[in-house]
Structures are given as structure tokens and as C-alpha cells.
Design a protein around this ligand. Sequence first.
Ligand code: ATP
Ligand code: MG
Length: 333
Amino acid sequence: MSNKNIVLTGDRPTGCLHLGHYVGSLKSRVELQNSNNDCYIMIADIQALSDNFDNPEKVKLNVVEVCKDYISVGIDPEKCTIFIQSLIPALTEITMYYMNLVSVSRLERNPTVKAELQQKKFADSVTAGFLCYPVSQAADITAFKATTVPVGEDQLPLIELTNEIVRRFNRIYHTDILKETDARLSNVQRLVGIDGKAKASKSLNNAIFMNDDKETLKNKVYSMYTDPKHLKVSDPGQVEGNVVFTYLDAFHNNKEEVEDLKNKYRKGGLGDTTIKSLLNQTLQDMLAPIREKRAEISHEYIMDILQTGSKKANIIANETLQQVRDAIGIVYY
Ligand code: ATP
Ligand code: MG
């Protein structure tokens, strides 16, 4: 048996990917693909429909955009299997079996779901589809027997739920076919939004996207939340909660320079324009090659990657589905 790690990650095709994805997950994926792991990357279109069912066009369009983002940051389709969730029917069937292993109140109490319900303002009308997406995520992870799932901090309660389902399934059906998985957090577990809100997110429209053009990027950096009490350059300023410093910490390579700037800012004498200009330059330098690479990627190339990856993913997921049916004992031949 191979002792390779099996890595599964994914994204919802609800928009292009942003800097939160870059530091929270994409960078780890590139490292993991280059260190001899079995890597699967799923574009979760069914999951995206759970809160965008009235806008399927948006989801379909973003499947291609998200895949372009992958290739432009250096994910290599020769090393990773990139696939579309809805092209793998076994995942949906496995989801249905897992649904019986989770109570509705357990789903409602899940911290990730709770935060999203509040953010999306479902009020009393949350759909069964949205409430149950964590179960389908458990199916996605276990279908590939993933041992490692690189995620941002917001996903940790969902990984915990997956492991609960794994333990219940193995106990109830007297098997060990399902494997528990480890969440892998990067050193920036949750990048804040440019508005200072807890998380940069596609849906909150507070993120810098990797394909933002030069001008948009600059405008976003200059509109960043800093310290509202830092009115004059000579005023002492606060570094904690100041988004410009948070992003400099995450993206500027020279940590000593950032520490020096923080000290000056705290004392007074350093203006917001100076730190914003440095951040703008840092991000422009980082994103320029990604933007250039993205512009060269054709639609046909992306479709080819997705077709090939989905074919391969189907084979693996069907094998697990067969094991799941066998373990439950619903085999009719
Ligand atoms: P949506 O608003 O549609 O939920 P999103 O911006 O939250 O989109 P997802 O596709 O849900 O993005 O998340 C994909 C992966 O990226 C997950 O592992 C998630 O934890 C990680 N991620 C998303 N936003 C951030 C962030 N701001 N900081 C760190 N990681 C993040
Ligand atoms: Mg999300």
C-alpha cells in the first residue's frame, strides 16, 4: 500500500478566488502537490447551488473562473486531479446514506453553519439543501479517503462533523472503510476583509480578487480600514485590527521592515498613505505574474482539465460508493 497523503480541497464556484484563498489554502495546495501527495481539488458546484439555486448561471460561469485561478497560481493539472462535484454522481448517493447519521439539531448547532445562516440572512426559511451541505462535504472528503484537508479556520467545525460521521458509520456498520481526516491550517488561517470584517469572502464583497486589475487593486488597498482615530500623520496609531498591517503581515516578505513600520506607526509620524503605498506595491508585484498567466489560459484548456479530472475522480468515488453499499449491506446481486 502506498503511504502517500491523500489531500482533498475544494472551493465553491460563487466568484473568483481572492487573497484569503491564496494564503488560506491555495499556497498549501501548491506545496502539497509538489511533495508527492495524491491531490484532489473539487469545484463544489452543487454546494454553491445550495445558496445560489436561483442563479445557476453564476455558478456555471464561476466553475471555469475558479479553475483558471487554480492554474494561474501554479496548481498543476498533471499533479492534481481537478474535478466538478456535479459530474461525480456517487458523491450524491453517499450523501444520502450519511444524512441518516446526523441529526438536524446537530447541523443547526454547527458553528460554521450558524455563522453562515446569520450572514446570509435566511431568517426562518433556511432550505434543507443549505442545512445539509456539510453532510455532502463529508461525502466528498470520505469518497476520496482524504487524509489531509487544507482549509481556512472557518471550515474546522465541518471537518469535525465529517469525522463524527466517519466514526458513526464505521461503528454502526461494523467496518473500518471510512478514514478520519486531518484539517491542515495555513499560517494565515483567516484573512480579514478589506472592510475589517472577520473574513474576506466572495459573498461579502470585501475581498481583493487575484484577478483584480491594477487600478481596482490600488483602489481597494487605498479604501482599506485602518485606525479611525489616526487622523493626522503625527498621531499615534493602532496596529492591531488595522487591515493594512494585517495584509502586510500576510504578504510582505520583509518581516523586519513591517515590524519597524509598526513601531513608527504606534509612536506617531507615519501616515496611512505610506503604508498603503507599500502594501499596494507588494500586492501588485505578487499578483502581476498571476494576472499575466491567467490571461493566457483558454476556455478549451480549462474544459479539458475538468473533463479529464472528473473522469478520474469518478473511478475513485465509485469504488468508495461500492464499499459503502457493501458495508451497509444493500447489495442486490
Ligand atoms: P463564499 O462566500 O461563497 O462562501 P468563500 O470566500 O468563503 O466563498 P469558499 O469557496 O467557501 O470561499 O472557501 C474555500 C476555501 O478557502 C475554504 O477552505 C476556506 O476555509 C478558505 N477561505 C475562504 N476565505 C478565506 C479567508 N478569508 N481566509 C482564509 N481562508 C479562507
Ligand atoms: Mg465560504
